[in-house]
Design a protein around this ligand. Structure first.
Ligand SMILES: [Zn+2]
Length: 180
């Protein structure tokens, strides 16, 4: 019997544009060639909020996401607007934990306002899409790619994200086809 492919569950977390998350969920399906569920939404867990930093701790959020899993093979991915952090990093654009199969991306740094620039809607969705694909690839145990054109390229700066394409390179593509 063929092994059923694991699902990706997309979670709009907190006050986030549901239409945008919905579009992302629809676009992710063909990229990873698997079915996508989209949840109605989840509140941002208050215990993730660090009052001193006025930021949200990624790992607390991921542990909440893990509880949403219907089975161990599901991958759960959240999209939020809040400013995220890890103890060793000031800001976190996106993060994925392969062991728990959970990941997150925040629009906080993706928005132009973060850089003191006027808002540019045409930039937001492509950045969100590329970062989501990059993080979800980690959930399938595919590590960062060194090809700056590949969507799975580790992007340190927003410019790197803007410059990379929305597609996997041949090497990443090959790795993805073997995943269940
Ligand atoms: Zn690649």
């Amino acid at each position: 019997m063929a092994l059923l492919k694991s699902k990706i569950v997309v979670v709009p977390l907190g006050e986030v544009d549901f239409m945008m998350v919905n579009k992302l969920a629809a676009d992710l399906g063909p990229v990873f060639n698997r079915s996508i569920d989209i949840l109605k939404g989840m509140k941002m867990p208050v215990e993730a909020h660090n009052v001193v930093r006025n930021q949200y701790y990624c790992l607390v959020i991921l542990s909440k996401l893990e509880r949403l899993k219907a089975n161990s093979r599901e991958r759960v991915f959240a999209v939020c607007e809040e400013d995220l952090y890890l103890p060793e990093e000031n800001n976190v654009l996106g993060y994925a934990d392969v062991l728990s199969g959970t990941g997150i991306v925040s629009l906080y740094e993706i928005r132009q306002e973060f850089y003191g620039l006027p808002e540019d809607d045409s930039k937001i969705y492509p950045r969100l899409f590329k970062e989501a694909v990059h993080q979800i690839a980690h959930l399938f145990d595919i590590s960062d790619c060194r090809n700056p054109r590949c969507v799975n390229y580790y992007s340190q700066m927003m410019l790197d994200i803007d410059n990379k394409t929305e597609r996997f390179c041949d090497i990443c593509k090959r790795q993805l086809t073997g995943m269940v």
